[in-house]
Design a binder for this molecule. Structure first.
Ligand code: ATP
Length: 574
């Protein structure tokens, strides 16, 4: 079996022209960097989100938005939603989304599509999934080459965290066959984090980040610890039931029912009407991300009858509630799976097309404490376009590694994004405050990847003297303070301070009490790792403590007076 990347000699690093690619089941994007800034490229149709669809008409190949439009008139010669099938056996694929396009077929276990790609009259060709991916990637690369004015040679491509080795190999082979060298496959959430961390205003600090990638046919969540620029994936969750197409379905059903009321025919019972309904429902859904009302209008929807209607965002949020709740549950579940609480999460990065939906971001805003930043257009002015963030991250990574020889890339870039050894508890310093209470100050957060080194300065008592430094492991627990039971307010139970004006937000919610609970993260002192006494510290002096976690998770602690001589050093084996 070929060895993924590097199976073929790639171009000389000096001759590379590189791009970043996201290759989704629904849409793909291409990006490049200029002056260290990543930009998403619009293809010749002006699209930055390029539908992952190929369509053949009279021997001509169409891709992107043009091919997607052909799903109405030419479904059997159109290939859609195929990325997911790469590297998979026929038996293990879910063909559901392909019912309105060419159907995946079985050839001794491998998947192919039968489409008339040479001429409309002739025999259908058997196009394997790998071949479809190659043809599509070739179009993306050509589009980027046209834009850049030089031939693109190489790419970093993003993949879901649960893409297995076979799928990675199949994708690499498909790209190679499209004459693209794959510099690296990076995981979708890491691409999003790279793009955010590369912003000029970004402060790269230790943080726990949840990346929620909400696409068309799947929703993926990753909980990632970012420690000193290293990303460690702590947990992932995947869902195929709650994604963009389910929201399309909600709107399709809504408008179909309206149509039936008026004209009795169900537009969902005819494939062509259904395809029209689907395309317009998606357009209406997107419009509802921007405006509070949207139009739905289709010429000759069924029985030759035109149909137009409107819907408000409020109504849409009501009828789509089950799907919206599904997203929130998925994110909360991933945080739990990582052994964390929502209070531990510093940022939620929302990416993927569905993340444009205000209700999705607002629900997460309500599920996380105020200290968590929810990075989506509806909740943060500083959010990066959710449809572009991963392609940008891929382009940044491509420009970072393009000068390496192909053989060195694997080695030099792997540890930054994989599960390296990491400490499971925080390590910090215990001091005594003026009230005589012990206070824990974390110096190194849990999940910091080893090796790592951090230094803190601790103030000595005001008049100087001996300083006792205790280095301990710290865990956290969540302290929940229930409110004093209040006498029941007469009727209109609107809580003071609740400024949420969406009336159905509280509709049917019986967890109102939760909102009043005070939840705080409290440090719990764990194992004592080291103790050091620094004698005779000057008045107003400071003690510097350095904690060094070695690659084998052994810990070295050094403590000394700032500006003073000597110091104390101790080592604790892993
Ligand atoms: P997948 O691989 O899960 O099928 P993808 O990564 O290929 O998805 P994305 O572009 O991330 O594709 O997501 C596509 C989904 O996002 C579609 O359902 C699309 O309708 C939806 N979408 C795109 N833009 C918006 C918007 N502005 N508001 C709401 N939904 C949107």
């Amino acid at each position: 079996m070929s060895e993924g990347r590097g199976a073929r000699p790639g171009p000389d690093p000096a001759d590379r022209v590189v791009i970043g690619i996201t290759f989704g089941n629904s849409n793909s994007s291409i990006a490049f960097t200029v002056d260290d800034k990543a930009k998403v490229i619009a293809n010749e149709d002006g699209d930055r989100q390029i539908p992952t669809v190929l369509s053949y008409v009279d021997g001509d190949e169409y891709y992107g938005a043009q091919a997607k439009a052909f799903l109405v008139r030419n479904p059997s010669n159109s290939i859609a939603y195929f990325r997911e099938f790469l590297g998979k056996d026929f038996k293990s694929i879910d063909p559901t989304h392909c019912h309105a396009a060419a159907h995946p077929q079985d050839n001794a276990g491998s998947v192919f599509f039968a489409v008339k790609d040479k001429d409309a009259e002739g025999e259908a060709s058997h196009v394997s999934v790998g071949e479809a991916a190659t043809r599509y990637l070739r179009r993306l690369a050509a589009s980027a080459s046209d834009y850049l004015g030089k031939k693109v040679t190489s790419a970093v491509i993003t993949v879901p965290t649960n893409f297995d080795e076979k799928q990675r190999e199949a994708l690499t082979r498909a790209a190679n066959d499209a004459d693209l060298e794959v510099l690296q496959l990076i995981s979708d959430p890491v691409a999003a984090m790279l793009a955010y961390d590369a912003r000029p205003e970004a402060v790269v600090e230790d943080k726990i980040v949840v990346v929620a990638d909400l696409g068309g046919t799947r929703s993926d969540v990753a909980v990632v610890a970012s420690r000193g620029g290293m990303y460690t994936v702590l947990a992932t969750a995947h869902d195929y039931e709650f994604a963009g197409v389910q929201l399309d379905q909600v709107l399709m059903d809504h408008f179909a029912k309206e149509f039936i009321k008026k004209h009795t025919t169900d537009p969902r019972s005819d494939p062509r009407s259904l395809a029209k309904l689907r395309l317009e429902a998606e357009a209406t859904k997107k419009a509802l991300s921007l405006g509070t009302n949207a139009q739905f209008s289709v010429e000759s929807l069924a029985d030759g009858l035109d149909f137009s209607s409107t819907i408000s965002r409020l109504r849409y949020e009501m009828i789509g509630r089950k799907v919206f709740d599904g997203f929130t549950r998925l994110v909360e579940g991933a945080v739990k799976k990582a052994g964390l609480d929502v209070l531990d999460v510093d940022e939620v990065i929302l990416c993927g097309g569905t993340s444009h939906t205000p209700r999705v971001a607002n629900n997460l805003r309500a599920a996380f404490p105020e200290s968590t930043e929810i990075l989506a257009p509806a909740t943060s002015a500083g959010a990066v376009n959710p449809s572009e963030v991963q392609a940008r991250g891929a382009a940044l990574q491509a420009s970072l590694i393009q000068e390496y020889e192909a053989g060195d890339i694997e080695q030099s870039t792997h540890p930054a994004v994989t599960t390296v050894k990491h400490i499971s508890n925080a390590i910090g310093v215990v001091t005594v405050n003026p009230d005589g209470e012990q206070v824990f100050t974390p110096v190194m957060q849990a999940e910091t990847a080893a090796p790592a080194r951090r230094t803190v300065h601790i103030a000595a008592p005001r008049d100087g003297g001996d300083v006792l430094v205790k280095i301990v492991e710290g865990g956290t627990h969540i302290k929940v303070t229930k409110p004093e039971p209040k006498p029941k307010e007469p009727v209109n139970g609107d809580k003071a301070g609740s400024d949420d004006d969406s009336d159905f937000d509280s509709e049917g919610d019986d967890d109102d009490d939760d909102d009043d609970e005070k939840r705080e993260k409290i440090w719990k002192l764990g194992k004592l790792l080291a103790e050091a006494a620094i004698k005779g510290v000057k008045k107003g002096g400071k003690v510097e403590v350095t904690i060094n976690v070695l690659a084998d998770l052994g810990v070295t602690v050094t403590a000394r007076e700032v500006g003073g001589k000597g110091g104390v050093r101790g080592h604790l084996a892993a």
